[in-house]
Design a protein around this ligand. Structure first.
Ligand code: TYD
Ligand code: ZN
Length: 404
């Protein structure tokens, strides 16, 4: 059992997943030894933060071979265009506003801010994605963000009007240092918002594949409001977002007693109704996870026993947890189709299923396809209309296993 990263209280173990490889480290040589660590979800009964019980060294995950590129889906492009619009409206009445994005990845959002000529800085330690952002006209600092780097940034650029982060706060193990950094870097009347996969969505859908090395935290409003309070911030808004299978955007301001946040009150009551403040809620989550794993493997085995081949769609990081914990490997799945050039020709971490191109998938036309990138279901089903009309079936698994 680990200790809470936020308040140091003893964690309660929710699901010990066992040994896992790094979820985004696609394998070039399937015979070479892979780095493994123990993946276990824990929950802090004191500050209510769900989190990994032990973390992987960030330099192992976020480096010059980081396989995650934000700009691989049109839905994500739309989402981040919209985010940039909201930010530019927020700063429109400010003089020479300064915008900071933590984890800007390939510049999917900041490229719009840069195009508007607004002062900005993206903080991105993964050198390969940062280089793409720079090519798109985005100013990037290639570092991990925390109290120290925030001070350096503030000395050079001054304080920010707005600091934001999408799918990055949950990556940052030393979250207290991140908050200290935001405190230093944000103007007194500035806004800090971040969004990450939402714990309530994970529990409702049983989408346990969100639990992997990069995701140290599984935020809820209940936990974020406490964390914010520790650092002199108040949670002033919560807005659900569809991306990444169900995310929540949290808006924070410095100080206390801002206007009555109705949406926060609403979401906190929803979280309590689902027992997010009580270990019982997590016990039933684990039961649901185990049931889905058994059902999914059973379904795949029946299809295979019936003489049909199965491919998979989307070499996502999250599928590492799903495949390994459900014990699904190359004996059931022939290959995973993916559009990311750096993943094609490699093998999935731990399970060593070959990753092949989308054109290979179209030529091969497998009778069954496991939809690993379920968070892009709408976009993929639309794109693969012809495959489905021709009799191709997708297998989905959250909140229950289905063949569609
Ligand atoms: P992503 O949603 O980023 O999940 P994770 O954070 O778990 O890695 O990954 C989606 C993956 O699916 C990415 O490798 C690109 C791939 N993909 C396709 O191959 N085709 C598609 O149409 C879409 C939308 C994604
Ligand atoms: Zn805690």
């Amino acid at each position: 059992m680990g200790k809470c990263n936020v308040c140091l209280h003893q964690l309660k173990t929710v699901i010990p997943f066992g040994k896992m490889p790094i979820s985004n480290r696609f394998v070039t040589d399937p015979d070479a030894n892979e780095y493994v660590y123990h993946l276990s979800l824990g929950w802090c009964p004191k500050c209510l933060m769900a989190q990994l019980e032990s973390c992987v060294d960030p330099a192992m995950m976020f480096n010059d071979s980081y396989a995650y590129f934000s700009s691989t889906s049109s839905a994500m492009e739309d989402h981040f265009r919209e985010m940039a619009k909201e930010i530019s409206e927020f700063v429109s009445d400010r003089i020479d506003p300064f915008i900071v994005e933590l984890g800007c990845n390939d510049g999917i959002m900041l490229k719009h801010i840069a195009a508007l000529g607004l002062s900005h800085l993206g903080i991105e330690p993964s050198a390969n994605v940062a280089a793409i952002a720079r090519d798109r006209g985005v100013k990037v600092l290639g570092e991990f963000f925390g109290a120290e780097s925030a001070l350096e940034i503030q000395k050079i650029h001054g304080q920010a009007d707005l600091i934001c982060g999408a799918n990055v706060m949950c990556h940052m193990e030393d979250i207290n240092s991140v908050f200290e950094g935001v405190n230093v870097l944000l103007k007194p009347d500035g806004v800090f918002f971040f969004q990450d996969p939402y714990l309530l969505d994970i529990l409702k859908k049983t989408s346990f594949d969100q639990i992997y090395d990069e995701h140290v935290y599984y935020f809820s409003g209940l936990a974020v409001s406490q964390l914010a309070g520790r650092h002199g911030f108040e949670l002033v808004g919560m807005v659900p977002k569809e991306v990444h299978g169900g995310s929540m955007r949290y808006y924070l301001k410095k100080g206390v007693n801002h206007q009555d946040p109705e949406d926060v009150t609403f979401h906190l009551s929803q979280e309590k109704a689902f027992n997010l403040h009580d270990f019982e809620g997590y016990v039933s989550f684990r039961e649901n996870v185990d049931r889905i794993c058994v059902n999914l493997k059973q379904t795949l085995m029946e299809i295979k026993d019936g003489g049909n081949r199965i491919a998979a769609y989307g070499a996502t990081s999250k599928s590492t947890t799903l495949l390994i914990y459900s014990r699904i490997g190359p004996e059931l799945i022939d290959y995973v189709s993916d559009t990311t050039p750096t993943k094609i020709g490699k093998y999935t971490p731990g399970t060593h299923i070959p990753v092949k191109s989308h054109s290979h998938f179209l030529r091969d036309n497998p009778p069954y396809t496991l939809l690993l990138a379920w968070n892009h279901e709408r976009e993929i089903l639309e794109k693969e209309r012809t495959y489905r009309k021709g009799g191709g079936k997708f297998i989905t698994f959250f909140p229950k296993v289905a063949v569609i």
